[in-house]
Ligand binder design. Structure first.
Ligand code: NAD
Ligand code: UFG
Length: 339
């Protein structure tokens, strides 16, 4: 199949591109590099020995996107192209709603106009909301009240896609709710390359380890959890990428909307992650405790049984793999993709 990856130069998109190419599919990437660079795609080509058709374009640009759809006969779209910084979304809600929702609508319109029927969407565990659901989260739970505009964009886009699939019986929509993706390709050639101060735990730890930051601040030590720090379901990005391959194969065989959690089902605390990184890599990660971060929930993790049963998807990477692969990427690319 020929699969269009909107936002495919980013962290999850580039790893998914490797998984799809290795499975024998063709990949077309559209990215405006607002949070990535073309180097990741070059490295995907180098890792797989296959070539990727790539376009520098804004997915909101309908005329350009239509040209791209017309020039390539696309079988399935995977939509990664979103802005994802939770704090920034509180400061710049209009930017987030415009970018995340407009990209989705543009892709749906181009698909309708060129007869493409399969859509896989990067959703998030954030749609389960901030209080209404108790973990482990199951796909059958109602979406909840999100604590920030980023989360609401995901929740709204899920609704838009579900409505589109109700109206168009030809359409197949797979909503993938990611938990906390970390790690990198075991080669250390591609990985997560946050711009500025990392918002997320693992990239921050990696930058402390490589000497770019002095110490980690752990946000809160008084949560109602065994060690007082928050617990999350961390998943290796290679397992996540494999989940996309299975989702694409599912999409082409089924109509309507299906939702899958992509997580391991096992939560770890912030302190456990710090210790695991130190023990896996033999490196100290200095840290201090700071106040809680607004909007953080004490603990959530996936019920991952549906993806296992319906897609036959299983996670295969351990927490140690996640820590080692993160470090392998960071130490070989201390400044990310920039030289
Ligand atoms: P990323 O920022 O590395 O990748 C997103 C890519 O989309 C970037 O390459 C960016 O340049 C591109 N992009 C954004 N807006 C665009 C536009 N208008 N036109 C063209 N390209 C555009 O992020 P990621 O971690 O790979 O996340 C991919 C998707 O998964 C996002 O939608 C994100 O919200 C979702 N997600 C990520 C996480 C996570 O923790 N990483 C968790 C849940 C969901
Ligand atoms: N944390 C720290 N210090 C840091 C960064 C994070 O202690 O410097 C803690 C957070 O407080 C949290 C845990 O590490 O307890 C994980 O935080 P992340 O920011 O890595 O991940 P989140 O669970 O907050 O966010 C993730 C995704 C979002 C998604 C959200 C769903 O990054 O895209 O899950 O709630 F929306």
């Amino acid at each position: 199949m020929k699969i269009l990856l909107a936002g495919g130069a980013g962290y999850i998109g580039s790893h998914t591109a490797v998984a799809l190419l290795e499975a024998g599919h063709e990949v077309v990437v559209v990215d405006n590099y607002c949070n990535s660079c073309a180097e990741s795609i070059k490295r995907v080509e180098e890792l797989t020995g296959k070539s990727v058709v790539s376009y520098e374009a804004d997915v909101k640009d309908k005329a350009k996107m239509l040209e791209i759809f017309q020039a390539n006969s696309i079988d399935c779209v995977i939509h990664f192209a979103g802005l994802k910084a939770v704090g920034e979304s509180v400061q710049k809600p209009i930017l987030y709603y415009r970018n995340n929702i407009d990209t989705t609508l543009t892709l749906l319109e181009c698909m309708a106009e060129t007869g493409v029927h399969n859509f896989v969407f990067s959703s998030s565990a954030t749609v389960y909301g901030d209080s209404s659901n108790n973990p482990p989260y199951e796909e059958s739970m109602e979406r909840g009240k999100c604590s920030n505009p980023y989360g609401w964009t995901k929740s709204m886009m899920e609704q838009i896609l579900q409505d589109a699939a109700v109206a168009n019986k030809e359409l197949s929509v797979v909503l993938l709710r990611y938990f906390n993706p970390i790690g990198a390709h075991p080669s250390g050639r591609i990985g997560e390359d946050p711009q500025g101060i990392p918002n997320n735990l693992m990239p921050y730890i990696a930058q402390v380890a490589v000497g770019r930051r002095d110490k980690l601040t752990i946000f809160g030590d008084d949560y109602p959890t065994p060690d007082g720090t928050c617990r999350r379901d961390y998943i290796h990005v290679m397992d996540l990428a494999a989940g996309h391959l299975q989702a694409v194969e599912f999409a082409v065989q089924n109509k309507g909307t299906e939702i899958f959690n992509l997580g391991t089902g096992t939560p770890y605390s912030v302190l456990e992650i710090v210790r695991a990184f130190e023990n896996s890599n033999g490196i100290k990660v200095p840290f201090e405790f700071g106040p809680r971060r607004a909007g953080d929930l004490p603990a959530f993790w996936a019920d991952a049984s549906k993806a296992r049963e319906v897609l036959g998807w299983r996670t295969t990477y351990t927490l140690e793999d996640m820590c080692k692969d993160t470090w392998n990427w960071q130490k070989n690319n201390p400044q990310g993709y920039r030289k």
